[in-house]
Design a protein around this ligand. Structure first.
Ligand code: ATP
Ligand code: MG
Length: 435
């Protein structure tokens, strides 16, 4: 009986679906050399063990577009436990769905996902795994290559590359969309966005990244499902924030999120920040700096931009709290409240919350150019971030430029010269004057 039911569902699933097209990868200059040898090795090991295995997702899409892929994901019919057994250094991770990370060094790994099927249809029929709002709660039913292809988000993200046989398998006309530069959701946009509203964020981010237009049906469907973003777990939204803002495209992504009215779903106080001209300029400058740093290959602290987004709202909150107590207390309370409210939406790790607190806390001391505290401040572990923040504030006229110049001079000089510069007797570093 069970078998019959699943056959019936499988037939319904298949109905109306196009047949797969297979392309010769060599016709698309998709050369094996372009793919990371670790991803190739993972595919080879899995195929030699008798499994199906392909490179899929953004890696194939970007490679076909001659962009630099961020990573290469592997999809296979092997179960996570079977994948793990094929490699000496592999771990199974994931709660929403289980994946395997195959390690080649401490930070270098290939993510391997077992083929899955979209559960929304099943969930609706059988009324399981579906939250009241229609979002799919669990998405971990294993499937075939074909089912895996239909559960992916965009047609250009569902191209399966077999590097050993030089084939590209395409179930969703992804190659045609790639040619016409269209980012199209697989299936009905209204269904796919309801199942997983994070696909809205992915649509904006990927279309900006690869310069594709989002197809009309998806664009029209987006506004209706934006409020569902409220239901997404804070950790997942923080991951999406990082993908949107820390990979060199933050200016464009911020503009798209603003245009669609999505910003408050990631940063509830941002609308308030965008009402003030100075704050708008500061945010814009911070986004531009972040993109420039990324393009120059410099490190970016994920919390710096959040500190900028929340800076103006912090002051509005402080002013309203100050009516009831001292300025110092109001400031400390405003910092706690604003950060707590933000972490409820985009749940960030504790060390990042601390980073923001310290960057903000150092601002007053920096502004005041306090001589007795200067040696301590300039050697503070958060000094660089706090100084960058001060520079941004001076860029929009919130702090005088000569204050920044003074700190810059102090920071640049040899530590043994600092005490004399400050007119202090013979102190050589900040530890002596620590508060
Ligand atoms: P990037 O260049 O940012 O890595 P990507 O498309 O590879 O882009 P990933 O987050 O690495 O994005 O996801 C890998 C693949 O997994 C996607 O290409 C897509 O096929 C699938 N995928 C990811 N998130 C979703 C989702 N929410 N719904 C359906 N499929 C998804
Ligand atoms: Mg990827």
């Amino acid at each position: 009986m069970r078998l019959k039911k699943s056959n019936f569902i499988a037939r319904l699933f298949k109905k109306g679906r196009p047949e797969a097209k297979t392309y010769d990868a060599r016709d698309f200059e998709l050369l094996r050399e372009g793919f990371h040898h670790h991803a190739m090795q993972v595919v080879k090991v899995l195929q030699e063990a008798g499994f199906e295995a392909y490179i899929v997702g953004g890696g194939v899409r970007d490679q076909l577009l001659d962009l630099h892929p961020k990573d290469f994901d592997v999809a296979t019919n092997a179960r996570p436990e079977q994948v793990k057994k094929c490699f000496s250094r592999a771990i199974i991770i994931g709660r929403r769905f289980r994946l395997v990370h195959v390690f080649f060094s401490r930070y270098d790994f290939v993510e391997v996902a077992t083929f899955r099927k979209e559960q929304a249809f099943l969930a609706k029929k059988l009324k399981t795994n579906l939250q009241k709002n229609g979002i799919v709660a669990r998405d971990n039913a294993y499937g075939t290559l074909e089912e895996d292809a239909f559960r992916r988000d965009f047609t250009v993200n569902a191209l399966y590359y077999d590097p050993l046989h030089q084939k590209i398998i395409d179930f969703n006309n992804g190659m045609t969309d790639l040619k016409h530069k269209v980012l199209r959701l697989i299936g009905k946009p209204t269904v796919r966005l309801q199942e997983d509203p994070v696909r809205i964020l992915r649509a904006l981010r990927i279309s900006n990244k690869i310069g594709f237009a989002i197809d009309d049906a998806t664009t029209q469907a987006i506004p209706k499902f934006i409020p569902l973003l409220k239901e997404i777990a804070g950790g997942r939204l923080f991951d999406e924030y990082q993908k949107l803002f820390l990979h060199g495209d933050s200016v464009r992504n911020f503009a798209s999120l603003k245009q669609f009215g999505i910003l408050p779903y990631l940063f509830p106080t941002l609308p308030q920040a965008l009402k003030e001209e100075r704050s708008v300029k500061m945010i814009q400058a911070a986004l531009e700096n972040t993109d420039a740093r990324c393009q120059a290959g410099k490190t970016i602290n994920p919390a710096f931009l959040i500190a900028v987004f929340l800076w103006h709202p912090l002051h509005v909150r402080m002013v309203s709290l100050q009516k009831k107590g001292s300025k110092r207390e109001a400031y400390a309370k405003a910092v706690r409240e604003i950060l707590k409210e933000q972490t409820l939406v985009t749940n960030m790790p504790g060390h990042l919350v601390e980073f923001i607190e310290q960057t903000w806390m150092l601002q007053r001391a920096l502004e005041r150019r306090s001589i007795p505290k200067a040696l301590h401040i300039v050697t503070h572990p958060r000094y660089r971030a706090a100084f960058d923040f001060l520079l941004l504030r001076s860029q929009v006229g919130e702090v005088k430029q000569d204050i920044c110049d003074w700190w810059h001079k102090l920071y640049q000089m040899k530590s043994e010269d600092r005490a004399a510069f400050l007119g202090l007797p013979g102190k050589v570093d900040g530890n002596d004057t620590a508060q």
